[in-house]
Design a protein around this ligand. Structure first.
Ligand SMILES: N[C@@H](CCC(=O)N[C@@H](CS)C(=O)NCC(=O)O)C(=O)O
Length: 304
């Protein structure tokens, strides 16, 4: 089985999700550090257009999004399990997790935008078309209350158990922890205020911080791309009947995230199910690549 390679940068809370999963699994993996801003030529060579983080590579197969990274890690490294509450519920929590993220993000933007370098601000405004950076500070008080409400619910759930799903950490914890981590890093004093009195949550944060990130070995992007070039994608499973009907005989599709502008990918649909799908593309420098996406949060459109 091919080596796992994570393409990411550590400052991203979504990367923190992937790192925690790798930590829970005690996984060994290669790590390619990507820039925080485009151009991200090497990453885009691998994905065909997706610029986001984290991305997992195994040979010539590429797994987009922390949701799919969770599924793929569970498939390859089943113990210890990542889904103590069951994979359906824990993966469905991604939409709750995104709401928690947005509350922390809006507080951070309200406080920190004036200090951001212009180029970074411009890029992140492009990335988040639904948040108006000019007026986000007006929402600060509401965002703080939303953040505290999410955290208080976690605190309730943690009364009497070490982790959200019981005695062992799992994906529910991974869906939650990066956003208190983000808050404590980006606005430490305010985060301490907003999380005050949530004693079970604070004890859990300390437990989460000891999970670690598995064993990573830094790799050059060129080395990871050479792995893709020298590998063949895994055989793909079939196409869901509903997708086959949608495509009306044409297999070429465009895929793009439906929340932020992390970049789209065009290719031939080679696998689809109600929860995930994959497209095949041929890159001039690394050849055949299959890019896998979760269904939640990704728009699939026929492209002729
Ligand atoms: N649903 C995605 C969200 C990933 C995401 O939004 N990542 C941010 C960083 S926190 C990103 O890609 N930003 C754009 C960039 O880094 O170029 C996931 O869970 O992987």
């Amino acid at each position: 089985m091919s080596e796992l390679i994570l393409w990411s940068y550590d400052a991203s809370p979504f990367t923190q999700k992937a790192l925690l999963m790798l930590g829970i699994k005690g996984a060994q993996y290669g790590w390619v550090e990507t820039p925080m801003l485009p151009p991200k030529a090497d990453l885009v060579t691998l994905t065909g257009g997706y610029r986001g983080t984290p991305v997992l590579q195994s040979g010539a197969d590429v797994y987009i999004d922390s949701q799919l990274i969770a599924r793929e890690l569970e498939r390859r490294l089943p113990t210890p399990p990542l889904f103590p509450l069951g994979s359906g519920l824990e993966l469905a929590m991604v939409k709750w997790s995104d709401a928690f993220f947005r509350s922390a993000l809006k507080v951070a933007l309200a406080l920190m935008l004036p200090q951001w370098p212009e180029e970074f601000r411009r890029d992140r405004q492009y990335l988040f078309p639904d948040i108006d950076f000019e007026t986000v500070a007006d929402e600060a008080e509401h965002a703080k209350s939303q953040f505290r409400a999410h955290a208080a619910l976690l605190d309730q759930q943690l009364a009497g158990s070490d982790f959200l799903g019981g005695s062992k950490p799992g994906l529910a914890d991974v869906q939650a922890y990066p956003f208190t981590w983000l808050a404590r890093g980006a606005f430490a004093d305010l985060a301490a205020q907003l999380l005050e009195g949530l004693d079970a949550l604070q004890a859990w944060e300390q437990r989460m911080a000891t999970i670690g990130h598995g064993r990573r070995t830094p790799m050059a992007a060129a080395e990871a791309l050479a792995v893709a070039r020298d590998s063949r994608p895994q055989p793909a499973a079939g196409i869901d009947a509903l997708d086959a009907a949608l495509l009306k005989g044409s297999a070429v599709v465009e895929v793009s995230p439906d929340d932020t502008r992390r970049g789209g990918v065009r290719g031939t649909l080679v696998h689809s199910s109600p929860t995930e799908f994959a497209v095949h593309r041929v890159d001039p420098s690394i050849g055949d690549i299959v890019v896998h996406f979760p269904r939640l949060g990704y728009r699939l459109t026929p492209a002729g």
